[in-house]
Design a protein around this ligand. Structure first.
Ligand SMILES: [Zn+2]
Length: 473
């Protein structure tokens, strides 16, 4: 009898335990499901707001058409600083301030000239070029010399003393078989970045670099040259891809082509400028900063619509969407308009130095600097823990076409923060058309799709929404 009671007791106890466990399990699953529903509802609200009533395109139109080119140190850059400050004040961010920084000041001067002087086949041939950023000018009397084509620095070095006094023509195209055009750019841009220094080491008088564009176009792409204080600075120009092909074709038949180059650029003293910063204060963890930004400067030849007006307005828009939707972030969300990404990175460097000096806790830095095209995903440079956390949110982004979370990346401006250990995330849009416009007069507002731009802002706001909610620990 006693044994039966005992058995019954144990049986009931096991049943109760089993049911309690089952109940707890069901509760947890329900809570997780509710969380996912809440997250996806929140993200849908953000996308709906951006697509119905987003302000990114309106802001970008103003920045591109009322201000336009804004190279560091120029009146356009100064106007863009004031414009960004005004915009963030207008949208009622909790605080908005300028962070002063000294920037390089390079001016292009009068329109450049390049011509082939002695083609037997075509006579005198004008080439479409522009001076590269940071290049010294040739002076009004120009430079005339024989031109030699190379594809890379090994070919250049093999020429040895033959380089002396010549104009070196770097003509390695961006690899068209790379699906990411940024990868193609990465494989070719050394010619623009350090071609002048490498050629000057061997005594060249100037360099002509094939433009960093995938297509055949008749406009040149400018961009920065990295000179060295130990090597003589020689003039550097970019030639359009179409004329790079023409020059190469002529050189195949006529080895002794002479080219005349005339540029009027000047390197002036460093000029005062600023990063522009605005933030919404966190309600619980004010000292944990989620940083989101783009760069305010552009090249002098461009409106800088995709590079990087898009990143600037999207970053402001992230905070504006939070305000519009009444989302009160737990953590501080800060939008940073970096100055001088194109020819110095002084803004990004200054920002990180200041963050370090103030012992600020940036839990993540996000940058949009790959154009205002259709969102595809996010790149990341962070610990596996952080990357896995962000990847776990992928199902929430898939309905909006963001599926690529697998590549390393971040952004030039947030690089110095990354070097201090801050996780870096880059907004990753479709890359196919970026290098049609990059650093050219074609980078104008009409090349931006309003819808694609707003989708990007919504994607960035959604990521910030999730990071704010769950942190990255
Ligand atoms: Zn850029």
């Amino acid at each position: 009898m006693c044994l039966c009671v005992l058995r019954l007791y144990w049986h009931l106890k096991r049943m109760i335990m089993k049911n309690v466990l089952l109940f707890l399990f069901v509760c947890l699953v329900t809570m997780a499901k509710a969380q996912i529903v809440q997250d996806s509802d929140g993200i849908k609200e953000i996308f709906d707001a951006a697509l119905k009533n987003g302000k990114s395109y309106e802001m970008l139109t103003e920045l591109c058409t009322k201000i336009g080119p804004r190279l560091s140190g120029s009146p356009g850059a100064a106007a863009a600083v004031e414009w960004s400050r005004h915009m963030m004040e207008k949208y009622d961010f909790d605080s908005v301030w300028l962070q002063p920084v000294m920037v390089p000041h390079w001016v292009r001067g009068e329109k450049e000239i390049a011509r082939v002087l002695n083609s037997k086949k075509m006579g005198m041939v004008n080439l479409t070029i522009c001076a590269l950023g940071g290049s010294p000018g040739t002076g009004p009397s120009g430079i005339s010399s024989q031109v030699i084509e190379v594809k890379n620095f090994d070919e250049l070095k093999q020429l040895g003393s033959k380089v002396q006094g010549k104009i070196i023509f770097f003509n390695r195209p961006m690899d068209p078989t790379k699906i990411s055009t940024f990868a193609a750019y990465g494989g070719a841009v050394d010619q623009r970045g350090t071609g002048a220094v490498e050629a000057a080491k061997l005594g060249a008088s100037a360099v002509i670099v094939r433009s960093m564009g995938v297509n055949l176009e008749d406009y040149p792409h400018t961009g920065g040259v990295r000179y060295s204080s130990e090597v003589k600075k020689i003039p550097a120009v970019a030639v359009s891809t179409k004329h790079a092909e023409l020059l190469s074709q002529l050189l195949k038949e006529e080895k002794d082509l002479q080219v005349y180059l005339e540029t009027h650029c000047e390197i002036l003293d460093d000029a005062p400028s600023s990063n522009v910063i605005g933030q919404i204060n966190g309600s619980e963890f004010k000292n944990e900063i989620i940083d989101i930004g783009g760069h305010l400067d552009s090249w002098d030849l461009a409106q800088g619509a995709h590079d990087d007006g898009a990143g600037v307005v999207q970053s402001i828009e992230v905070l504006r969407l939070f305000k519009q939707l009444g989302i009160k972030p737990k953590r501080t969300i800060r939008a940073v308009m970096f100055m001088n990404e194109e020819n110095g990175l002084r803004g990004g460097t200054k920002y990180a130095e200041t963050a370090k000096a103030k012992n600020e806790n940036h839990i993540v830095a996000i940058e949009s600097d790959e154009g205002g095209f259709t969102p595809r995903g996010f790149t990341m440079t962070a610990t596996d823990l952080v990357k896995n956390k962000i990847k776990s949110w992928k199902p929430l982004f898939e309905p909006y076409g963001l599926t690529d979370f697998d590549h390393p990346g971040g952004g030039a401006d947030i690089g110095p923060l990354g070097a201090l250990g801050t996780p870096m995330i880059g907004y990753l849009p479709d890359s196919q058309r970026y290098f049609d416009y990059h650093h050219t007069p074609e980078d104008t507002i009409d090349k931006v799709s309003p819808r694609e731009l707003e989708l990007g802002a919504a994607a960035m706001a959604s990521l910030v929404f999730l990071i704010d909610r769950y942190s990255l620990k």
